[in-house]
Design a protein around this ligand. Structure first.
Ligand SMILES: [Zn+2]
Length: 356
């Protein structure tokens, strides 16, 4: 029974408070790991909000000059049961995800993998510890594999991807094998075609002549592909860029990284079966014309959306246990003029957004 204080207020008992934790309950569990929520709900929210803008396409309006593929999603495709060696798997990914673009006339194809551990301890390390905790059971009987072209396909693919050691070895192998294999899958007549990928923090390219070159212009110290994509978009050939990544982070980062290029994000696994393409320039245009953001200088509007996405929870920032991400978007836009002080338009709740 709750105790009653001298003033007559019923005080909560220990059992009503739940387990005592030194961590903030709105942000972390009793184990000290961050609470996790969904990020993808922002996409349907933005589509509904800007429903008169052509944000979602079902086919590409042009042949891309460059295609950037997030390799971490490519490896979610498991090997076919009849396959025996990893070389067969590498060829399958190449035929499925890379070769059709060269056949269609794309000049550059970039495949980017994460390179974890290249940066010092960061908030992302906490998020990785949370994920690892959930995988302990899955990896109870797991034995690590060092991948090469003759390595036999692991019997259990999902636990292999759940192991950080195996995943790093797998992506390292695939990047190296792609550099060797891709030139034989390029049409010989198009000598301008190039292939790019990253191995151990460096970026390499190859071409129809199988000339492998290190490309410092495309190299950064970012350890995740979702960030590296935008450096590759900036320096890749042409102005028509297709990015394959269903990750919501990617287009929120990209909102401020278009640099005059037309970028389309492939959210669906396939371009042929139920294609879902987000026109990032159309989203930027809709944000810039949003009447609720009228008090914010145009160059800062995409930064406001980006900051809202980051501050309401992502891999580098806390989620809030009792407030879903979308609630922050709905609340922000419902009283936008209150948040965006008209007399000092560069300030939102005291956060200073720098002109880019
Ligand atoms: Zn392993």
């Amino acid at each position: 029974m709750p105790e009653v204080s001298d003033s007559g207020i019923r005080l909560p008992t220990h059992s009503m408070l739940g387990p005592i934790s030194s961590y903030p309950k709105a942000l972390m569990g009793t184990d000290g790991l961050p609470y996790k929520s969904s990020k993808s709900s922002t996409t349907p929210y933005l589509i509904r909000r800007y429903d008169d803008a052509p944000l979602i396409l079902t086919q590409l309006p042009w042949v891309p000059s460059s295609v950037i593929l997030e390799g971490m999603f490519m490896i979610m495709t498991p090997p076919v049961p009849t396959m025996e060696t990893m070389r067969e798997y590498a060829v399958m990914l190449l035929v499925r995800y890379i070769q059709p673009h060269y056949k269609g006339g794309v000049v550059q194809v970039h495949v980017l993998f994460d390179n974890p551990g290249s940066l010092p301890e960061s908030p992302k390390s906490l998020e990785q510890k949370r994920r690892d905790l959930g995988r302990e059971k899955q990896l109870a009987h797991h034995q690590c594999t060092k991948f090469g072209s003759l390595t036999r396909i692991p019997e259990h693919w999902i636990p292999t991807l759940a192991c950080r050691v195996c995943k790093k070895s797998l992506t390292h192998y695939l990047a190296q094998d792609f550099l060797e294999l891709v030139p034989t899958f390029m049409p010989a007549h198009n000598v301008d075609q190039e292939f790019f990928t990253n191995v151990d923090g460096d970026t390499y390219s190859t071409n129809t002549e199988s000339d492998v070159m290190i490309r410092p212009t495309f190299t950064s110290n970012a350890d995740e592909a979702d960030t590296c994509i935008w450096l590759h978009s900036l320096h890749s050939v042409g102005n028509r860029i297709l990015v394959f990544s269903p990750d919501t982070d990617v287009y929120h980062i990209g909102l401020t990284q278009l640099h005059g290029k037309h970028v389309i994000i492939q959210l669906s696994k396939s371009l042929k079966v139920s294609p879902k393409l987000l026109d990032l320039n159309a989203l930027l245009d809709a944000v810039e014309k949003d009447p609720d953001l009228s008090s914010i200088p145009v160059p800062l509007k995409p930064q406001v959306i980006q900051s809202l996405f980051v501050c309401s929870g992502c891999d580098y920032n806390f989620f809030f246990r009792w407030s879903r991400k979308i609630k922050f978007f709905v609340s922000f836009f419902s009283i936008c003029n209150f948040h965006c002080c008209r007399s000092r338009p560069n300030r939102i709740y005291g956060i200073h957004f720098l002109e880019s």
